[in-house]
Design a protein around this ligand. Structure first.
Ligand code: DON
Length: 309
């Protein structure tokens, strides 16, 4: 297939939505956070935001859902923006090859998580953002409101509560890292801000717009610079290699883009220099990534020829 310079985004989105419709409803909704299990598995939405702020969508693209681990990409960006690259002394940049909530590597690797997108790494990033700002989750919420242009972006308190009540695995990760001196703030503070950031609700439209700085090489929606170009490149690279956990190889093979998934069923993907994509469908595969969502991104890059490869 030839690579197109210009595409009719709306037509491509409609073609993608039709192609993946048979997969919508496949997989399982996340149920280890009980509030997420209440979501309708038959939802599907997808949005594209171009680097100039134009936004297109299909299906449930304006319906808010729980961003969950997609928040980890924004947390990393805010920490790099506020505190520079010192974070890389405390978290690595290698894929883990293990599930997102795995404990197993942490002891072998002295409490330093493999990357910022597995839960252990995200807890370290949240800890750093808390130190830098004094209120990690509110800092993230305000950033997401500004970048999406939607002042109604908000926390879902029921999801945050549910996650906190069923948060033993994350608490174990946090305490274990604290025992190695890799958290600066008290474990309950870090967990609280991490759970609240995961419980932010946004639509595909909001998320595609909010991630635009990754396609604009670090420039925010208002044209100001959030990150040096080099750091935007680094986030995209870590999203490509680690953003979908132990499925990152398969995601790169099928989609060929930096991507960050969440167990709410959303995935954000970046086409540097062109646009950002967000797809949502709550049915997850065994590794916690949306079944229809990955297929939709695969169709999108196949139709347009716009992968990074
Ligand atoms: O900490 C957790 O387990 C969830 N708040 C987020 C996990 C997640 O979204 C993994 N992504 N696919």
């Amino acid at each position: 297939m030839d690579v197109a310079d210009v595409v009719d985004y709306q037509a491509v989105l409609e073609e993608v939505a039709a192609a993946v419709q048979p997969l919508v409803g496949r997989g399982q909704v996340a149920d280890y956070i009980p509030a997420l299990a209440e979501v309708d598995i038959a939802r599907f939405g997808m949005a594209v935001a171009d680097i100039d702020g134009g936004v297109y969508g299909v299906g449930d693209w304006q319906r808010p859902f729980s961003v969950q681990s997609i928040s980890k990409a924004f947390g990393l960006a805010l920490v790099l923006a506020e505190g520079g690259d010192k974070i890389w002394d405390r978290v690595g940049t290698e894929p883990s090859g293990n599930p997102f909530n795995s404990l197993v590597q942490l002891e072998y690797e002295n409490g330093i998580p493999r990357n910022p997108f597995i839960n252990a790494g995200a807890l370290v990033v949240t800890d750093r953002l808390q130190t830098l700002t004094g209120d990690a989750s509110t800092t993230m919420l305000e950033f997401l409101r500004a970048e999406s242009g939607n002042p109604d972006v908000s926390f879902d308190a029921a999801v945050a509560k549910s996650e906190s009540e069923h948060g033993d695995r994350n608490a174990a990760l946090a305490h274990f890292m604290a025992s190695y001196g890799n958290l600066d703030n008290p474990v309950p503070t870090v967990l609280e801000h991490y759970f609240w950031q995961c419980a932010i609700e946004m639509s595909c439209r909001d998320l595609a717009l909010a991630a635009g700085f990754l396609a604009r090489h670090g420039l925010r929606a208002d044209g100001s610079r959030l990150l040096p170009r080099r750091e935007a490149k680094q986030i995209n690279a870590v999203m490509l290699t680690c953003g979908t956990y132990d499925a990152a190889g398969d995601f790169a093979y099928r989609v060929g883009l930096p991507g960050k998934s969440g167990v709410g069923g959303g995935i954000v993907a970046v086409i540097p220099g062109r646009c950002t994509l967000c797809v949502w469908s709550p049915g997850l595969d065994a590794r916690g990534n949306s079944v229809a969502g990955v297929a939709a991104l695969d169709h999108f890059t196949t139709l347009t020829g716009w992968s990074v490869f």
